[in-house]
Design a protein around this ligand. Structure first.
Ligand code: NAD
Length: 491
């Protein structure tokens, strides 16, 4: 088996917003796990930078606690934590002021020792511009410098364009890494491997053989802790415009000529540009209700955001059409929501029925379907029709050919790195394949904006749905009207 740890060039990494939630839950644990995997040399400097006045010693205590909570039980032991913490330091710095920038410059190694510098902007988007400007003005950047920006990348086309323009004023597009952690998932890359590495699927991957495709990203959590942001965003902006759109692109894109960042992103962009506007009656918005169960009570969305008249959707389902030769006539049904019955991100490619059954109606008929599980339990299942074992004539049943990555590749294969681990290492390597390009983000907003404007102008109110359910009944109708059904939202 190929070595799973491919060394990367020496680098230093600055986390702006180093005391924040994302840094503590995702970025620092991801770096620590790569350290445990032997991918870091031990010389890297990992510098937290944020507004709070802290010494590096105090910061290391915060980092140690964050790693204890979030690095996972399989993170390494035996002095690894102490070794990692030695690489960590802190600078108190104001993104909008001049305090702390010279100190930050002093903490970075000379570029001869660490040619790659990564600046992770784990802060509100309003700080991207001031940070980018100062990173350049204080001479912290060179051609090998990369910046990483988090979602939300804008709240509409105009603000995304502004952000792109601001960043382009300081960095080349090749230095800007817009992160969408869904793209870092093992299965997402496997989706490309399955499609483009096998002869089996690609000839069938079109409207002649695929009846429809379902993409579901279901969460059991509500919007706790993110009330203010979420009330202004809603599921369309928070999930559909980015995560589900990216999954749609990977499923629907043409084979790129090579697995190269721009070749892949060019193909994804073509998919977004080929999307038809969605008809108003092909979108269902929902909002979760309180759960009154005394064992596990839960406030309603409106109660939580403290706005009894809120019209923000915590659920959205829609039917999209891609107007190109491959997909004309095959609908894509997308849905995402909070407080649903299970946590599950899955893509179902539903193939058409065989054109004729030689076994007669009584044998039953089952169309093939390919299920791509992103979380939990990443893997791929292909359902195949076989004869039901036993006597008594020919009866057909569906059996799954299941490929669970954990089973297929472990234990020697080890745990696949989580999305942030992979993506941060890709940034260090300078590989942008799994990051969104500026024009992709703008095209996604250009498709999303009219949908949001449409329901604003119609005064659309989201349909209520029960907490812990599969979403509003109207989303089922969206499918039933077409003679189809959603697959279950299973754990
Ligand atoms: P947070 O509020 O927990 O942390 C913000 C950080 O920014 C803090 O370290 C704070 O000190 C720092 N900061 C604020 N103003 C500053 C200034 N003027 N100068 C220097 N530092 C300043 O936020 P978070 O949850 O860590 O999120 C950070 C970014 O990542 C946001 O844009 C958020 O939308 C995005 N994001 C977060 C998550 C998540 O799970 N937390 C997920 C996806 C995207």
């Amino acid at each position: 088996m190929v070595s799973r740890v491919i060394p990367v060039d020496p680098f230093d990494l600055v986390i702006f917003g180093g005391t924040g939630d994302l840094a503590q839950r995702k970025i620092l644990p991801a770096l620590f796990r790569r350290h445990c995997a032997g991918q870091l040399t031990g010389a890297e400097r990992i510098i937290g930078a944020a507004r709070t006045e802290l010494s590096s010693t105090e910061y290391r205590t915060i980092v140690a606690e964050a790693l204890r909570k979030h690095a996972g039980s399989k993170a390494c032991g035996g002095g690894a934590l102490e070794a990692f913490l030695e690489q960590v330091s802190y600078v108190a710095l104001d993104a909008k002021g001049e305090v702390g920038w010279t100190a930050l410059s002093d903490q970075l190694r000379p570029v001869e020792q660490a040619p790659v510098r990564v600046f992770y902007f784990s802060v509100a988007p309003g700080l991207f511009g001031p940070l980018a400007e100062r990173v350049q003005r204080y001479g912290l950047a060179n051609a090998d410098t990369r910046i990483v920006v988090e979602k939300p990348f804008g709240r509409d086309l105009a603000s995304a364009r502004d952000l792109n323009r601001t960043l382009a004023g300081h960095f080349d597009e090749g230095q800007i890494y817009r992160i969408d952690h869904y793209l870092g998932k093992e299965t997402v890359q496997n989706l490309m491997a399955v499609r483009f590495g096998n002869m089996l699927f690609e000839p069938l991957w079109n409207s002649q053989y695929v009846d429809h495709i379902q993409i579901t990203v279901a969460e059991t959590v509500g919007v706790e802790g993110r009330e203010e942001y979420y009330e202004r965003a809603g599921a369309m902006r928070d999930m559909m415009q980015n995560h589900l759109m990216q999954l749609l692109c990977l499923i629907a894109m043409e084979p790129p000529a090579k697995f190269d960042p721009d070749a892949v992103r060019d193909e994804k962009l073509k998919v977004i540009r080929a999307l038809d506007p969605v008809e108003p009656h092909h979108i269902v918005r929902g909002q979760y209700q309180a759960r009154l169960d005394p064992e596990a009570p839960h406030p309603s969305y409106r109660g939580l955001v403290n706005n009894p008249r809120s019209t923000t959707e915590s659920y959205v389902a829609l039917k999209a059409h891609i107007s190109n030769w491959r997909w004309a006539g095959t609908p894509f049904y997308l849905r995402t929501g909070k407080r649903l019955v299970n946590r599950s991100s899955v893509i179902n490619v539903m193939f058409k029925d065989a054109p004729h059954s030689i076994f007669g109606a009584e044998a039953g008929r089952h169309a093939n379907h390919l299920k791509i599980r992103l979380q939990p339990n990443e893997g791929i299942t292909l359902s195949v029709t076989i004869k039901e074992p036993g006597q008594g004539g020919m009866r057909l049943v569906d059996v799954p050919l299941d490929m669970s990555f954990a089973e297929a590749l472990g234990p020697e294969g080890g745990d696949p790195p989580d999305a942030y681990e992979r993506l941060i290492m890709d940034v260090v390597r300078g590989n942008q394949t799994l990051f969104m390009r500026g024009d992709e983000v703008e095209a996604a907003w250009a498709w999303t904006d009219p949908l949001i404007a449409g329901w604003k102008s119609r005064g659309d109110v989201p349909k209520p749905y029960e907490s812990g359910s599969t979403g509003p009944g109207d989303a089922d109708l969206l499918m039933r009207r077409d003679g189809r059904e959603w697959r279950g939202i299973n754990p």
